[in-house]
Design a protein around this ligand. Structure first.
Ligand code: NAD
Length: 504
């Protein structure tokens, strides 16, 4: 089945009065870096334009930060960390709960900012804000329940005590796909563990992080959370090299992760990397094929596929490949593309920027040039905004470029396999190792296959379901370190062994 009619999808526009862009001026945060609890001008007069990808209009400008802006922020973070690190888990928990309450009380402002800055549909923005609040609430509780190895007499005449300590100042670099949520995934555990932060949001989407800074200013201890806006190669680079930063955490592309790890290595800084993904979806012949197709519709196209865990690479058994593809094409045909306020049923927004839009278009052109079969979608949409049709490319041969590199757009590829061993080998033949899913009703396969897959998260009969209690992070090219769960608290603290000699 193919539905390549270019009229399949159109962009549902919103009226000017309803649009996020119209509501935005009232909720925009102050410009400037947020250092030591207040907004301050940067050392350079250079600005970075922030663009709404739906309208292609500049909606704000932020400071192009410099290395010396980072240095000032680190100084504030070092000063603040001393007393913050000495607070009790209960006190830190109260601050995190307060941040959750502040976000909840201002959720409309965050949703407007996030939709205007990224073009994401309101349903996605609402989910982002809810998950952000839950992240702070979870870490507020989790920070009070830490456990470690039991203290005890492990050497004769000596008692050992194991301490979990903050690491100090943590540098954080966030991406543009979930600007507020990815910041929360770092800020909550890092503060919970007693560290202070200097955070650089993506230069493309700094507004919701600055809004958070504006709203918490004066209500949380000054200097524990600092925000310096700017480019990766200046602000990000300085965070990675600064001698007073103990750990650098980045969520972003593999290339940025490599640059940060290389720089951080010079000062033997700890590194935490959440990088790209290309999640395989392995559909066995006994699976509920209809449910698998519906799962890919939701998990492959959420946030217009701009998700590191997106269900973007289907490997389906040859005996059900045609049936699966038919269901998937039908499912994808129901997706509504549009502006954030184009209606409650809009599920697909634009690509984040013109360069990214061009990259996704190039991937589609390359697939077409290689003679691959576009089952639905396959083109950019006419008019203003960086919209791409939800796309399914079927009958993709093993090793095809489109099925191995991260497209980060609303594009799902379908390959087929003939044996379980082949499915596992092909799924693992990826430079990435972030997440995967397995679709089967066979209880034996539901455990044996996940155990053989080289991915940090493997769902069975599901995909892209996250919870704060469980870890998120990758293997191989997808990086190392874990977000969410108690594992994140572990990552952002250090272990100290104190041994006391009884006879002294
Ligand atoms: P990106 O790597 O272009 O940018 C991410 C951040 O890194 C930005 O703040 C950027 O300014 C900064 N940066 C870029 N070069 C740098 C350098 N040399 N030194 C220091 N900082 C630098 O990524 P993006 O385009 O914003 O986000 C998309 C990527 O993020 C995708 O690959 C996606 O898979 C990944 N991602 C991963 C996860 C995860 O949990 N694993 C979550 C979201 C996004």
């Amino acid at each position: 089945m193919t539905l390549t009619d270019t009229e399949q999808f159109t962009v549902r526009r919103s009226s000017a009065e309803q649009s996020c862009a119209g509501l935005l001026p009232a909720v925009l945060p102050p410009a400037g870096h947020f250092i030591g609890g207040t907004f301050v001008p940067g050392s350079s007069t250079r600005l970075i334009d922030v663009v709404d990808p739906t309208t292609e209009q500049v909606i704000a400008s932020v400071q192009a930060g410099t290395a010396s802006d980072v240095d000032v922020a680190v100084e504030a973070a070092v000063a603040a960390q001393k007393s913050w690190g000495a607070t009790t888990p209960k006190e830190r928990s109260e601050v995190l709960s307060l941040i959750a309450n502040i976000i909840e009380a201002n959720r409309e402002a965050f949703e407007i900012i996030e939709s205007a800055n990224t073009g994401k549909p309101r349903m996605v923005a609402e989910d982002d804000v809810s998950s952000t609040i839950d992240t702070f609430r979870f870490m507020a509780g989790a920070s009070r329940t830490l456990t470690s190895m039991a203290g005890g007499d492990y050497a004769t005449g000596h008692t050992s005590v194991i301490l979990r300590e903050p690491v100090g100042v943590v540098g954080v670099i966030t991406p543009w796909n979930y600007p507020l949520l990815m910041a929360a995934w770092k800020i909550a555990p890092i503060l919970a563990a007693g560290n202070s932060i200097v955070l650089k949001p993506s230069e493309q989407t700094p507004l919701s992080t600055l809004k958070l800074a504006e709203l918490v200013a004066g209500r949380i201890p000054d200097g524990i959370l600092n925000v310096v806006t700017g480019q990766g190669r200046t602000v990000g680079q300085r965070l990675a090299e600064h001698p007073d930063i103990a750990l650098i955490a980045l969520t972003g592309s593999v290339v940025s992760g490599q640059a940060v790890a290389e720089t951080a290595g010079r000062s033997v800084k700890r590194v935490h990397l959440e990088l790209g993904g290309k999640a395989p979806v392995v559909v066995f012949p006994d699976a509920d094929v209809r449910a698998a197709a519906a799962g890919v519709r939701n998990a492959g196209f959420w946030n217009a596929g701009q998700d590191c865990g997106a269900a973007c690479r289907v490997l389906v058994h040859e005996s059900v490949a045609e049936e699966f593809t038919e269901h998937l094409v039908r499912e994808v045909g129901t997706l509504v593309v549009g502006a954030p306020d184009g209606g409650d049923d809009v599920e697909i927004g634009p690509m984040i920027s013109r360069p990214h839009f061009e990259r996704v278009k190039e991937s589609l052109a390359e697939a077409k040039a290689a003679g691959l079969q576009v089952a639905i979608g396959g083109s950019a949409l006419e008019g203003t905004g960086y919209f791409i049709e939800p796309t399914v490319i079927s009958n993709v041969p093993a090793g095809a470029h489109i099925a191995t590199h991260e497209i980060f757009g609303p594009v799902v590829t379908v390959e087929s396999f003939s044996s379980t061993e082949e499915a596992i080998t092909r799924a693992n033949e990826s430079p990435y190792g972030l997440s995967a899913s397995v679709w089967t009703r066979d209880s034996s396969l539901s455990l044996s296959v996940p155990k053989q897959l080289d991915f940090g998260t493997v769902w069975v009969n599901s995909h892209l379901v996250l919870a704060c209690e469980v870890p998120w992070g990758g293997f191989k090219g997808s990086g190392y370190g874990r977000d969410l769960s108690l594992y994140a608290l572990d990552d952002y603290s250090r272990t100290k062994h104190v041994m006391i000699n009884h006879s002294a």
